[in-house]
Design a protein around this ligand. Structure first.
Ligand SMILES: C[S@@+](CC[C@H](N)C(=O)[O-])C[C@H]1O[C@@H](n2cnc3c(N)ncnc32)[C@H](O)[C@@H]1O
Length: 195
């Protein structure tokens, strides 16, 4: 099965969206919410309904860009947060996007991609970050048995994937996961290494 735009759009249309928690996720807003500079240039890739983007916007963050390959979740965000800047709502394949950001927030996008694309994800995130920029958020911590999405992973695998191009600032069990994900998530902050 190809995890393409049609696949994801159908999941939204069929309301088969088990990943969607319906509110801004605690670990993401706890981290992003403590940023002092509300002009930080932030990207949320594979953002889905993007409750976190709405939260950041409502809390004064001025440069939050949301990308998703499916139109429905972006339309949902438009409806919920009508004053979210239209030019920061991008319906596109993340791998075809070419700007750079100071911070990229990850939540259930990495695990939604075929595991064969993990190296590609690492390189793309590297390219989408400014010098010294950060990729931060949550990654699942359960065995990858090849069934998904969501596809699992482990701390060891993530260290192997990201260490070459990122300084591993934090990669530890997430203390404030939402209840159904408790014990199954790692919170991480990876900083782009100089080229
Ligand atoms: C499992 S959902 C997670 C959505 C959101 N991060 C959340 O936590 O609710 C994965 C999302 O990634 C989007 N997606 C999948 N492949 C993509 C790609 N290549 N580029 C942009 N978005 C993509 C899907 O449309 C879907 O909304």
């Amino acid at each position: 099965m190809e995890l393409n735009a049609q696949y994801w759009e159908n999941r939204y249309r069929d309301e088969s969206t088990g990943w969607d928690i319906g509110y801004p996720s605690d670990p993401i807003i706890a981290y992003a919410g403590q940023l002092r500079n509300k002009d930080t240039n932030i990207l949320i890739p594979g953002a889905g309904n993007a409750y976190e983007a709405g939260w950041l916007h409502d809390h004064g963050f001025t440069h939050v860009t949301v990308i998703d390959i499916a139109p429905t979740p972006l339309n949902n965000l438009r409806e919920r947060t009508p004053d979210f800047p239209e030019d920061h709502l991008l319906q596109t394949d993340l791998f075809k996007h070419h700007k750079t950001y100071e911070l990229i927030l990850e939540q259930t996008f990495f695990c939604a991609l075929s595991p064969s694309r993990r190296q590609e994800y690492v390189h793309k995130m590297y390219d989408l970050l400014d010098e010294g920029g950060k990729l931060a958020g949550v990654l699942f911590d359960f065995p990858n048995n090849g069934e998904g999405p969501p596809f699992g992973g482990s701390k060891e695998e993530y260290l192997g994937l990201f260490s070459e191009r990122f300084h591993i600032k934090t990669l530890e069990p997430c203390y404030n996961s939402i209840k159904p994900r408790q014990g199954k998530e790692l919170f991480f902050i990876f900083e782009k290494k100089p080229a």
